[in-house]
Design a protein around this ligand. Structure first.
Ligand SMILES: NC(=O)c1ccc[n+]([C@@H]2O[C@H](COP(=O)([O-])OP(=O)(O)OC[C@H]3O[C@@H](n4cnc5c(N)ncnc54)[C@H](O)[C@@H]3O)[C@@H](O)[C@H]2O)c1
Length: 362
């Protein structure tokens, strides 16, 4: 069993037999994609990465600063600002690589309820453009689609397995499910070499402050109210971001074409217990918490069975206590990063999402 980090056995010069030496990472300026890029370039000499990212409000080139700070790693990174739904750009980049990893997506469920269209364009049309480019490229690169446990819908009991019924309940989850189904169709119909990963709720450094953990950490630092949806008893299966990146890398290198793999965190927590731990670490009081009107269609519970990927030799290694402490400490130490992420249209978004909820909170 390898540990959660990108497989240490593969450190050092890339072997001539390494099939995935040149990678196209879409969405590589986002939260999980940038972690993947940082970890692979730091740990696997010889691997070259092209990042294709549209730099939406969630994309941030500063997430790749640790790579830029190391001249040897920087020389193996190329950044292209562009859209995965742009056929010409994509065809040009796919022509040059051994594998395409698609992290690009609109990723926030709340925004998919307010404004779903971009979710469909990137999550369906964008995935289709990438698949077409892989299908028509002479050397047939491997395609890896980064998907989510949210495709299973709410799971009242037990753990989701890869062949369970897909029952997405938000526009975000429906777009992710649609992307997966397109991948499956290209494997079956066109023989494209493709794999799918379904990751648990992910947390860690560089997480956009619109998401639960970084929102509550950054609000608590500023002694602002923490808007907790409903009773706060929704349960999530948490996965530390570098574990998620490593699980994806393991599937890229060892997954069977046409297969889907859960990348499970194995840490099930009620949201209010997560908030309790977070406030304790920061030394802030529970009185900051406001119970606000719940998200419509809010899934009560996610939980995934990780045994299929464990059988390939990988499982997550970071405990929630360690991962959460590392995450909070990173946000405390990187205030300019998250203050910049909370600029631009942040105030308008925050008011639209939480303004009325906070005014009627209990
Ligand atoms: N965050 C989680 O908890 C989680 C869990 C499981 C799966 N996932 C999946 O992992 C992937 C990455 O999630 P994240 O949390 O890092 O998201 P994120 O929002 O932080 O990053 C998404 C990135 O994609 C880029 N992007 C968006 N639309 C694009 C387009 N049309 N063309 C090119 N780039 C585009 C953005 O600029 C951004 O850099 C997503 O596919 C998401 O569905 C996320």
């Amino acid at each position: 069993m390898t540990n959660g980090a990108i497989d240490r056995m593969t450190n050092g010069p890339t072997q001539p037999s390494e099939p995935y030496r040149r990678l196209l990472v879409t969405g590589g300026a986002g939260f999980i994609g940038s972690c993947y890029v940082r970890d692979v370039l730091a740990r696997r000499d010889g691997t070259e990465i092209t990042v294709l990212d549209k730099l939406t409000y969630a994309g941030n080139e500063a997430n790749l600063a640790p790579v830029r700070d190391d001249p040897e790693q920087a020389a193996r990174l190329r950044f292209v600002k562009g859209d995965i739904a742009d056929r010409e750009v994509v065809a040009d980049l796919v022509g040059d690589v051994d594998a395409v990893l698609n992290f690009a997506a609109e990723s926030h469920v709340d925004r998919s309820i307010l404004d779903p269209e971009a979710f469909l364009v990137t999550g369906v049309i964008g995935v289709h453009v990438l698949l077409e480019a892989c299908r028509t490229a002479a050397h047939r690169p491997r395609f890896l689609q980064v998907s989510t446990d949210e495709v299973y819908g709410s799971v009242p009991e037990g753990q989701s397995r890869e062949d369970d019924l897909l029952a997405p309940r938000s526009p975000y989850a429906a777009a992710k499910t649609s992307g997966e189904l397109l991948v499956r169709s290209y494997v079956v119909t066109h023989g494209v070499d493709a794999v799918v990963t379904r990751g648990s709720n992910t947390y860690g450094p560089y997480h956009h402050p619109e998401k639960l953990i970084p929102l509550f950490v950054t609000n608590a630092i500023d002694d602002k109210p923490l808007p907790l949806y409903g009773d706060g008893l929704q349960r999530r299966d948490w996965l530390y971001v570098s574990d998620h990146a490593a699980g994806i890398d393991h599937v890229l290198r060892h997954g069977r074409s046409g297969e889907t793999y859960n990348v499970a965190g194995g840490v099930e927590m009620a949201n209010r217990d997560t908030v309790t731990l977070l406030l304790k670490h920061l030394g802030k009081p529970w009185s900051l918490v406001r119970h606000v009107e719940d998200r419509p269609g809010h899934d009560r519970r996610y939980a995934m069975d990780g045994s299929k990927l464990a059988a390939l030799g990988w499982r997550a290694e970071t405990s929630f206590e360690d991962g959460l402490a590392r995450t909070i400490d990173w946000f405390v130490a990187n205030e300019p990063w998250w203050r910049a992420a909370r600029s631009g249209d942040w105030d308008a978004y925050y008011e639209r999402q939480y303004g009325q909820r906070l005014r009627t909170a209990t």
